[in-house]
Design a protein around this ligand. Structure first.
Ligand SMILES: Nc1ncnc2c1ncn2[C@@H]1O[C@H](COP(=O)(O)OP(=O)(O)OP(=O)(O)O)[C@@H](O)[C@H]1O
Ligand SMILES: [Mg+2]
Length: 863
């Protein structure tokens, strides 16, 4: 088909489509968004709508699928959820009498740039991220940068990090869409919707320029960014992408925060999952730590507490600042209750201002904003006394009085939901609007009165005023009385029984009435846009207020949870200790109904490094491990903790390896995954880390598993760069021997009461090693058939006879490992002795003690 044969509208379509080859083009034609060609086939298939066809000139027809414009949000949502990008092409300006109306793509909707409320998770951020890797060659210490933004809230941040931390950071952010350069391959295991951009979009010079323009600034120093750095490239790519997809959203991005991973506790992806921070292993919010702590009442507060749980802090001052906020609400129950009540009507201010800025706001959005701004004064009221702010530790929202009164004056009390209908603007706000309204009202009244007025004047009883589409308003007089019609009546139509007339004056009023509706709509739309523009000017103040409210919501929620569950304020310090008295598991505790939760201490004595915890199945080992990790994490997010008291030396990373889950992903077996994670821990843990190792080595044969577990504990204990606090739960009772060989290892077990054949697990962690697992007992409780249980007991007795209390490790072998020249425990002790501070008798005692230790080992070796 030659180009001349193509219809003009088809040509226009092809032009736009050429610019967006990777997106489905929604092409506005009157009341429909039409899709064509392959797009139509995809749309029809994915949305289950009818596929038809349309002539495009030269006798050719192409596939077509259309969506009514008023239902577009729903269809858009479904396509985005399926991973498509949609370019929305609108009609621009008036439809001309002749020729084509102009059409332009106004935005491209992608998973990371959606702003439709129905498409957004209310309680979490919808992040768009960009990732760039340093491809300068060396693989050693390779770095990467991640930038992310939430276009609905204006948050925009960037970080540089080592490649191995990339996955963890992306797991934390859980972006809806990840941009990357099409000449770079991202490492394995990065989940999410990936969008490849041409490499030049990440080009340093281009990105510098884009960011400078965006921030209207002449240098990026103020943002903590070095020119041409990886950070600049990642952030620059985001800005360029938004320029193409959602240009209005750029108005909200007025600052870029560059942060460092050193600000936050490092939690790798599997640790986040294992500790069930934001969701349970089954993917539910209920049952997660977030589920237990999130008592917020506003959507903004929900997002904030989500961020806090995901990013525990590493700075004592910042932690204390949050703690003080929580403490205020724990101590002031009344203020807390009142505040939470006043927060209830608060709408999602962050997202509302975004809709205002991007020109998507409808009257109902401004109604929500008016209600919310109106409620801010009540919030402030609760927290101040005689005009004085009560608590300096709490952020104070700005009242935004100017914006509030603007909304109150301009917006009608009960406007229609959208601008399709009139009645948006309050009478009295605009003279222009009022006079059009008055004129229209007057004209309508005039016409309404016309019948009685003319009957009176003419004395014709049968005179009627009517309306039809062809003539508009007319005066009808029955045939018999028609000759009495006054002179100025103009005859328009003769019917069988009547004559119809008009008058010039009547036609004038008619025009007034008919045009007024259009005029009013026009004026209201214009005033509404002006109102939005005025509010948009105050966007950063409104956002600051939104964040202050979110913070108050999150702090008071933590105060609420702390009060209801009897949490205490932990003491977080720079030292190295860990001391939790009567700690509880925040989630398990809430889920127990009839039973009481048994609290447990975790008090690492000086020099204690590894706790080996043995005990029956189902007795509470894993719960104890997790609760310790969760309490540390809660303390560092600024929350109170479920314990009688707690002193927590800052923990830089929590690592967990929780055994025997079936994660058959990326072609790795369960055991392989377990070992990869263990390797990761041993390479990255520091003396400040907390290691939660639950049954490492369970995924293989007993001897393999035991040997690996043994080796790992020795390595943690002896390696000078590691020596991290470790909780190690195991069913390998042989590991309790380590306590005799390594000074930093302690044995603990879970108390069991056994009387008259009845076994009760007391869930109490006590010093010492356990000698039985009660696995068969648990199997019986679980309902395994009686013959299986009986047979298992027989086999067990046989096995125990032959193995005679399990494997005994030859201390000869054991000691070799301990004899790393720099880490021999005896040498360590020797180094630490302050000879000057010892009395002669104490020195003698020390020597004696060492000799005895050596002698003990010698004897064991000769055995
Ligand atoms: N301190 C506690 N107080 C009350 N109930 C508890 C406590 N600790 C654990 N439980 C209960 O016991 C159940 C089993 O606990 P957990 O999974 O920690 O046992 P385990 O010792 O790790 O068992 P296994 O060896 O089979 O892995 C928990 O689901 C919980 O209901
Ligand atoms: Mg367990």
């Amino acid at each position: 088909m030659s180009n001349e044969d193509i219809t003009p509208v088809r040509r226009q379509y092809l032009e736009e489509k050429k610019k967006h080859p990777d997106a489905i083009l929604f092409f506005r034609l009157g009341d429909f968004y039409e899709t064509f060609d392959e797009d139509a086939e995809i749309t029809a298939r994915e949305l289950d709508i009818v596929l038809t066809s349309r002539p495009v000139g030269g006798g050719v027809r192409v596939p077509l699928a259309g969506i009514p414009y008023h239902a577009v949000e729903n269809y858009l949502a479904r396509l985005i959820q399926k991973g498509y990008h949609v370019a929305v092409c609108e009609q621009i300006g008036e439809v001309p009498a002749k020729g084509l109306v102009e059409r332009k793509v106004v935005r491209v909707v992608t998973p990371g740039t959606v702003t439709e409320p129905g498409l957004l998770p209310g309680d979490a951020n919808n992040y768009l991220a960009a990732v760039i890797l340093d491809s300068s060659g060396s693989s050693f210490g390779t770095v990467a940068s991640v930038s992310y933004t939430d276009v609905t809230t204006g948050e925009f941040a960037v970080v540089e990090l080592p490649l191995e931390a990339l996955r963890a950071e992306l797991t934390r952010l859980h972006p809806a869409e990840i941009l990357h350069s099409d000449n770079q391959v991202l490492p394995d295991g990065i989940a999410g919707h990936l969008t490849a951009l041409p490499a030049w979009k990440f080009e340093p010079g281009k990105c510098n320029e884009v960011l400078l323009t965006q921030f209207k600034s002449s240098t990026l120093d103020g943002f903590g960014l070095k020119a041409n750095s990886l950070s600049v490239r990642a952030a620059g790519a985001i800005v360029q992408y938004l320029k193409e997809t959602q240009p209005d959203a750029l108005n909200l991005l007025n600052s870029l925060r560059s942060y460092s991973l050193n600000e936050f506790m490092t939690l790798d992806a599997s640790t986040r999952r294992n500790l069930e921070l934001n969701e349970t292993l089954r993917g539910e919010r209920k049952g997660s730590l977030l589920g237990a702590l999130d008592a917020t009442v506003t959507p903004m507060g929900k997002r904030m507490i989500h961020q806090w749980v995901s990013q525990p802090l590493l700075n004592v001052e910042r932690i204390q600042k949050r703690q003080n906020g929580v403490a205020y609400f724990v101590q002031n129950g009344m203020a807390r209750a009142e505040l939470r009540e006043t927060l209830k009507p608060i709408a999602d201010l962050e997202r509302l201002i975004n809709r205002v800025i991007t020109g998507q706001a409808q009257p109902r959005d401004l109604v929500a904003m008016r209600g919310t701004l109106g409620a801010v004064s009540a919030i402030v009221e609760v927290l101040q006394e005689n005009g004085k702010w009560k608590a300096e530790q709490l952020p104070k929202p700005d009242l935004l009085g100017g914006q509030l009164s603007l909304l109150q004056n301009a917006l009608d009390d009960d406007p229609p939901a959208t601008l399709q209908n009139t009645g948006v603007i309050r009478p009295g706000y605009s003279q222009e609007l009022d006079s059009v309204m008055d004129a229209s009202k007057h004209a309508r009244e005039w016409i309404a009165n016309l019948e009685s007025v003319e009957r009176e004047k003419t004395g014709i009883k049968t005179l009627k005023v009517g309306y039809n589409k062809v003539f508009g308003y007319y005066i009808e007089i029955s045939r018999g009385a028609a000759d009495k019609a006054p002179e100025h009546y103009i005859r328009k139509q003769t019917l069988v029984n009547a004559e119809r007339f008009i008058t010039p004056e009547m036609k004038e009023y008619e025009t007034l009435v008919l045009n007024a509706e259009e005029r009013i709509k026009e004026i209201e739309t214009r005033l509404f846009k002006e109102l939005c523009a005025e509010l948009a000017k105050a966007a950063s103040q409104i956002l600051a207020t939104a964040r202050a409210i979110a913070t108050l919501d999150a702090l008071s929620a933590l105060g609420e949870v702390a009060s209801l569950n009897g949490y205490t304020q932990p003491e977080v310090h720079e030292g190295g200790g860990l001391e939790i008295r009567e700690g509880r598991h925040p989630v398990v505790e809430q889920s127990l109904k009839s039973e009481r939760y048994i609290s447990n201490d975790v008090i690492f004595e000086a020099g204690e490094l590894v706790r080996v915890i043995t005990g029956p199945n189902m007795s509470g080992k894993s719960t104890y491990l997790r609760q310790t990790a969760l309490i540390v994490l809660m303390a560092q997010m600024g929350s109170f903790v479920p314990a009688a008291s707690a002193k927590i030396g800052l923990v830089d990373r929590i690592f967990t390896r929780i055994g025997a889950q079936d994660e058959i992903h990326a072609g790795q077996s369960t055991f392989m995954v377990e070992m990869v994670e263990a390797a990761n821990i041993l390479h990255h843990a520091t003396p400040r880390s907390l290691l939660i190792l639950d049954e490492i080595g369970r995924g293989t044969s007993t001897y393999d598993g035991l040997s690996i577990a043994w080796g790992i504990i020795e390595y943690i204990h002896n390696h000078p760069g590691l020596r991290a606090k470790t909780l190690f739960a195991t069913h390998y009772h042989e590991l309790t021997q380590l306590a005799e060989l390594l000074p930093g290892v302690r044995n603990y077990n879970v108390a069991v009461s056994e009387s008259e054949g009845k076994v009760v697990f007391l869930h109490k962690i006590i010093p010492g090693g356990a000698d039985r697992s009660y696995g068969i007992h648990v199997a019986q409780l679980a309902g395994l058939p009686a013959p299986v249980i009986a047979r298992a007991n027989e086999i067990m007795i046989e096995l125990e006879k032959s193995a005679a209390r399990g494997v005994r490790i030859d201390p000869n072998v054991a000691q070799q490992v301990a004899l790393f020249p720099e880490t021999n425990p005896l040498l360590d002790e020797l180094k630490e002795v302050d000879v000057n501070a010892l009395s002669p008798i104490e020195a003698l005692n020390k020597l004696f003690e060492w000799q005895r230790k050596f002698a003990k080992r010698d004897k064991e070796q000769k055995h």
